[in-house]
Design a protein around this ligand. Structure first.
Ligand code: SF4
Length: 318
């Protein structure tokens, strides 16, 4: 999502006559697109004054900025651009590669206990489907071969009467040689209708990221994910039955507050059962404002590392 936002910012600036600079020293303007999902990313932005020492360019910050950080960041950057303005402005991007990212929504109405997105990016807003289709048509005409539909909770999409399944059908009907993908759906909203539609879409790229986050029901409940492992496994079963050639990846968090060794073993069991192609494994880190930030982050960092290493060996592609 941030990569796509950065592309939109770059294209918007190019439309206003800016050219990419070869180095920070030669630049007139530096735009930093911040992500607040992990503390390590936030720390990198706070470390920027050291990096940008002696650079004369105007320094602008945009992206996911938490309220509590804003005041201090205002002291570091010359200007802060609102993320929402960037999303709503329909910057026409230039196709620089055959892979193009098309945001269809931004923000999220779910409040998963560990996640800062609803605070950093706000509530769900969806782009009108006509604008999305128009953008994809243009990208395909300009040579795009892979279209990625992006949203924090992509299958919550709704534009008037058009839901995510309807949008998928319309994307599939766009003429031209391309494949489409999307990120990231929430398993709790993944309907049978969506599975059947995807199975019938020739242009769907047969890759699905289906974040599970934990293999233990008690932890999922604490995470406020609103599905059980049985429901998740049934969903995977249905998807694989309809699309046997699907490549499946997942996101998982190890060391969520209170996660015992036994509960982690349930995630190990799930990994062995499902045999994901790829897994994006994060060590839990507390994010301000979230429900989980009030819980004791009791799993030591070394143990989180150990759990991450175990899971990373249990996927087809490491
Ligand atoms: S659905 Fe995704 S983006 Fe929304 S709160 Fe949960 S983890 Fe965050």
């Amino acid at each position: 999502m941030n990569k796509s936002d950065s592309e939109r910012i770059a294209a918007g600036l190019e439309k206003r006559g800016y050219q990419p600079a070869l180095s920070a020293k030669q630049a007139d303007l530096i735009v930093v697109n911040m992500c607040s999902v992990r503390q390590s990313a936030v720390d990198r932005v706070f470390g920027m004054p050291m990096k940008l020492k002696g650079i004369k360019a105007k320094k602008v910050l945009t992206g996911c900025i938490l309220k509590k950080d804003r005041k201090n960041l205002e002291k570091i950057f010359d200007e802060i651009w609102d993320k929402k303005d960037l999303f709503l402005k329909q910057y026409h991007r230039l196709v620089r590669s055959t892979v193009s990212y098309v945001p269809i929504s931004d923000g999220c109405n779910n409040f998963c206990a560990y996640c800062v997105v609803p605070f950093a990016r706000g509530r769900l807003i969806c782009r009108p489907y006509q604008a999305i289709l128009k953008e994809i048509c243009r990208l395909v005409k300009n040579g795009a071969k892979e279209i990625w539909l992006l949203g924090q909770n992509v299958n919550d999409y709704q534009s008037g009467a058009i839901n995510f399944t309807e949008l998928i059908k319309m994307v599939n009907d766009i003429s031209g040689e391309f494949k489409f993908f999307f990120m990231s759906p929430n398993p709790k909203n993944f309907s049978n209708e969506l599975i059947n539609t995807l199975a019938g879409c020739k242009k769907f790229g047969r890759y699905l990221n289906l974040p599970v986050q934990s293999g233990d029901d008690a932890i999922l409940k604490k995470m406020k994910r609103n599905y059980t492992i049985k429901q998740y496994q049934n969903l995977v079963k249905k998807i694989r039955k309809k699309m046997p050639d699907i490549n499946l990846s997942t996101d998982v968090i190890v060391g969520f507050p209170g996660e015992t060794v036994k509960q982690f073993q349930n995630t190990v069991k799930l990994f062995k059962k499902i045999n994901f192609d790829i897994a994006y494994i994060s060590k839990y880190s507390s994010r301000p404002g979230t429900i989980a930030s009030k819980l004791k982050d009791g799993v030591p960092s070394e143990e989180k590392k150990r759990r991450r290493n175990i899971l990373s060996k249990l996927t087809k592609h490491g």
